[in-house]
Design a protein around this ligand. Structure first.
Ligand SMILES: C[S@@+](CC[C@H](N)C(=O)[O-])C[C@H]1O[C@@H](n2cnc3c(N)ncnc32)[C@H](O)[C@@H]1O
Length: 247
């Protein structure tokens, strides 16, 4: 993968098209997070040339998937998404990698897909902006399944909304985020998208979904992960990595 953001954006605009451009405009931190997930996959795997097996949770239209594909040649990704409208766009956008047998799709929900995966068979479970959509109980089960399917030394990489522990600061940051949505989306007269983002934000911020930083990191620790790190934090967005120990 290149660090040159102009080249990177050109690749993504070419493959993902207008959707990427719009997302970059509304929420640049979201597209940046997909880039960081890809870079982290590249970093993890640079010592080895062996085939890297990856499960991606919540592939959506393929922005994060493409970033992971761009990280390495010798790769096999199973991209999981339970929403066909989203996944069908990825299937169209990323067909060339399916033909090359680097990418396959699964339409199950994340927990079902993981439960159908053999123990200790996966090098990396990667995701962006998906786990924060889960209810707490479901997310906890997903974390345990991620741990089970990873090989020893395997890595969990998640770029997502991790709510700040300081609730007041989190509220201020979210308010700032909402102001940005209004500015950009009224500017391009997309009130339909504005409505969609605001409605979705209520779900993200609700008590039964919100993924508070320390609670989330402790959840990974309780599942058995080590070397749990927040590698980047930008407003409510953070990149979390964790390793399954060899024991
Ligand atoms: C915000 S999108 C993220 C897409 C992409 N990773 C990105 O960063 O642009 C979240 C995706 O997760 C999927 N999703 C939500 N809950 C899911 C679940 N329980 N199992 C599988 N996919 C799920 C949604 O359908 C959606 O496509």
């Amino acid at each position: 993968m290149t660090n040159n953001s102009t080249n990177y954006d050109a690749i993504f605009s070419g493959v993902i098209g207008q959707e990427y451009e719009l997302l970059k405009l509304i929420c640049p931190l979201v597209t940046e997070m997909s880039r960081l997930v890809g870079l982290t996959v590249k970093e993890y795997s640079k010592a080895s040339t062996e085939l890297l097996s990856i499960i991606e949770l919540g592939g959506g239209t393929g922005i994060t998937t493409l970033s992971i594909l761009d990280a390495r040649d010798n790769i096999k990704i199973l991209s999981v998404d339970s929403e066909p409208v989203m996944q069908n766009q990825a299937k169209t956008n990323l067909n060339q990698w399916v033909v090359e047998q680097k990418l396959a799709f699964c339409g199950d929900d994340a927990l079902t897909a993981l439960k159908n995966t053999p123990s200790q068979s996966i090098d990396i479970v990667a995701s962006a902006y998906t786990l924060h959509n889960f209810l707490h109980d479901y997310r906890e089960q997903v974390i345990h399944e991620i741990y089970r399917v990873l090989k020893p030394d395997g890595q969990f990489i998640n770029g997502d909304r991790y709510a700040l522990d300081d609730v007041s600061e989190h509220t201020r940051t979210t308010q700032h985020e909402v102001t940005g949505y209004f500015k950009v989306l009224t500017g391009i007269n997309r009130l339909d998208l504005l409505e969609h983002w605001i409605v979705h934000l209520f779900s993200d911020e609700s008590e039964n979904h919100v993924m508070r930083e320390t609670i989330s990191l402790n959840q990974l620790k309780d599942a058995g992960f080590v070397n749990i790190q927040i590698n980047h934090r930008n407003e409510v967005n953070a990149l979390v990595t964790a390793i399954k120990p060899r024991t």
